[in-house]
Ligand binder design. Sequence first.
Ligand SMILES: Cc1cc2nc3c(=O)[nH]c(=O)nc-3n(C[C@H](O)[C@H](O)[C@H](O)COP(=O)(O)OP(=O)(O)OC[C@H]3O[C@@H](n4cnc5c(N)ncnc54)[C@H](O)[C@@H]3O)c2cc1C
Length: 312
Amino acid sequence: MVLSDNIKNMFASFALQTQKAMDRYTSFRVGGPADILVLPQTVEQVIALAKTAHSAQLPITIIGAGTNVLISDKGIRGLVMVLTRLQQNIEQTEPSIDTVDASPDRIYLTALAGEPLNRLCRYAADAGLAGLAWAAGIPGTIGGAVMMNAGSFGSDMSRVVTKIEVLDLNTFKTMVLPVSLLQFSYRKLALENSIVLKITIRLSRADAETVRDEFNRNLKTKQSTQPVSQASAGCFFQNPPGDKPAGFLIEQAGMKRARCNGAMVSDLHANFIVNHGNACASDILNLADQVKKSVYEKFGINLKEEVKTIGD
Ligand SMILES: Cc1cc2nc3c(=O)[nH]c(=O)nc-3n(C[C@H](O)[C@H](O)[C@H](O)COP(=O)(O)OP(=O)(O)OC[C@H]3O[C@@H](n4cnc5c(N)ncnc54)[C@H](O)[C@@H]3O)c2cc1C
């Protein structure tokens, strides 16, 4: 989209980039241009940007670290905010007397949405705080992890989040949502038209060595079972109900190592589609369609995408 001078003027006070290719902002390393791209560093900037986009009647797209998205080759219209710079120090607090769960071994960590989940996880491991070691090796921001209800090793974000602060894009007001109001389900938080700004999680004091061991063990498992050094967005499909994970079904349907140009079903983990360097979004989508078709033909199961497709 060609941006008018009027719209450019409205965003003049922000460090914006126009027609910026999004491939370097996603772990899949694909994605066409964003009309307007900004990487805000403060909550105030996020709010001001959202209000400006609203006045200019531009759609708003939020990206964290882009590790669970597939951005289309035609790119994204309107304003894209990448939140990886929305960070501050991790804040550690003890339960106060009026906290619902005031057990003295509980500790609360609060961070802005752009904080890498891995850094929060390592912080917890180093501080001897139990409850987050399952997240070792999951890339991305904690804002993205909350929206995706990221999980592994039988746990997920819904187990640790106590409250989030969001910007409501209908009213442009911030509000704090306690976990009792959050509807988490498998790889999903039901939250529409909002930007997650700040997250508080609850952990508990434990033996530091035990926590670090669990963290390191989980990290090693991930590194040996997932193609972590290749460009991907993690598991492409959700595990369907039942006891057979998507990776198993894809492998049994004979799709391991299937290719569409530079996109390939990983030979290490069949639920990962990897980009060998020259894939575009349409190659990945074509391959994903072939995978779905093959699994449906063999098992009658319709796989559902876990990766979010964004853009035109
Ligand atoms: C090698 C690899 C391994 C992975 N392993 C796992 C795993 O074990 N378990 C797992 O669950 N996932 C895994 N993933 C997927 C991914 O890392 C997680 O889903 C991660 O939590 C996404 O965070 P992100 O910041 O990258 O979000 P993005 O991919 O940037 O965004 C994901 C979605 O959340 C929205 N969003 C992001 N931030 C915000 C915000 N602040 N406010 C509102 N909306 C927002 C975006 O619009 C998008 O719809 C893996 C990915 C890779 C590449």
